[in-house]
Ligand binder design. Structure first.
Ligand code: SAM
Length: 306
């Protein structure tokens, strides 16, 4: 067992070793991460409240449920002068914006851009130019298939200060909602996030590269392409009984899912259509969802009997 003296000696050694870092932190105004007294050291931490005028915060709204927001996102939403938001931002999240604040809806339906991307950039620059603090609120994580890069480019070109606040992306929300991990050492050694809205000139993904048995493959924006995805992956060598899962409205009370195989999923979906937004997860990790679902049903049946 370690004596108190040994513990104190170890602490003193660490304190000495970390001295240069403490100096650097003071120099750049960063909080000392090793302080544990609960004080609010810096404006800009989750508890700091530094929604700065003339700045744009590119904030992830998570996958729908307000409880999945980061603390920082919730705080910024409560403080920003203006919020510019997308279609996939949940109502619960929007309810966190104080009533009298400016709101701009710039949502897009697939193929129908209600506000062209360039105009969204212009709007953000204009609002920041008026000295407002602006939250640009995007569903999920703003950096995952969210066209954040184009907005950052417009803001950078205009010299507007920005900050990115990450959010829970649909892939994480969908797997969590189905009670499984995105990766598992027994199932997947890699994870790939793919847009089904392919930008390649020939419009066809590289199925051979995607058809791997050692990874979890997640397709965003793919509800209308389930058949093409199943056929493409089977054609490139994945077996007919390879697992696939569709999760609609992940993390929301109306979440619905279909679990099946590549061969059967198109017919399953035709028989039980799912709404948008919907995520497609392909990979052996999906087997865990099937077995967890039957365990859950068993536990619920036992509970009902008792
Ligand atoms: C334009 S992408 C935006 C992705 C978002 N930035 C994210 O990180 O989740 C929209 C796609 O994300 C997926 N998606 C977003 N929210 C979802 C949800 N709650 N449930 C299932 N899929 C969702 C769907 O595939 C949808 O077509």
């Amino acid at each position: 067992m370690r004596t108190l003296n040994q513990t104190l000696k170890t602490r003193a050694l660490w304190y000495a070793l970390l001295a240069p870092l403490r100096g650097l932190a003071r120099l750049i105004g960063a909080p000392a991460p090793w302080r544990t007294d609960g004080a609010d050291h810096r404006k800009g931490t989750a508890l700091g409240g530094d929604c700065r005028p003339g700045s744009v915060y590119l904030v992830g709204a998570g996958s729908g449920a307000a409880e999945l927001l980061t603390l920082r996102a919730a705080r910024l939403l409560g403080e920003a002068d203006a919020v510019v938001y997308d279609r996939l931002v949940g109502d619960e999240v929007l309810a966190l914006i104080p009533a009298h604040r400016e709101r701009y809806y710039v949502g897009k339906a697939s193929g129908h851009h209600s506000v062209p991307q360039a105009e969204i950039g212009e709007l953000l620059v204009e609002l920041a130019g008026q000295g407002k603090s602006v939250v640009r609120l995007k569903g999920g994580d703003p950096g995952v298939f969210g066209r954040m890069g184009e907005e950052l480019a417009a803001l950078d070109a205009a010299g507007v200060p920005t900050e990115i606040v990450p959010g829970i992306t649909a892939a994480s929300a969908a797997c969590a909602g189905m009670g499984i991990p995105l990766t598992d050492r027994a199932h997947a050694q890699q994870l790939r996030l793919v847009t089904a809205q392919l930008c390649r000139a020939d419009g066809e993904p590289d199925w051979a590269a995607l058809a791997r048995r050692d990874e979890t493959l997640v397709f965003y924006m793919g509800l209308a392409k389930v058949e093409a995805i199943c056929d493409g992956l089977r054609g490139a060598g994945l077996p007919d009984d390879w697992p696939i899962m569709l999760v609609a409205n992940a993390s929301l009370p109306e979440q619905r899912a279909l679990i099946g195989t590549l061969a059967e999923m198109p017919a399953k979906l035709a028989a039980e259509p799912l709404p948008s937004p919907c995520l497609i997860v392909v990979g052996s990790v999906v087997r865990m969802a099937a077995s967890r679902a039957s365990l859950k049903a068993l536990a619920e049946a036992r509970l009902a009997e008792a």
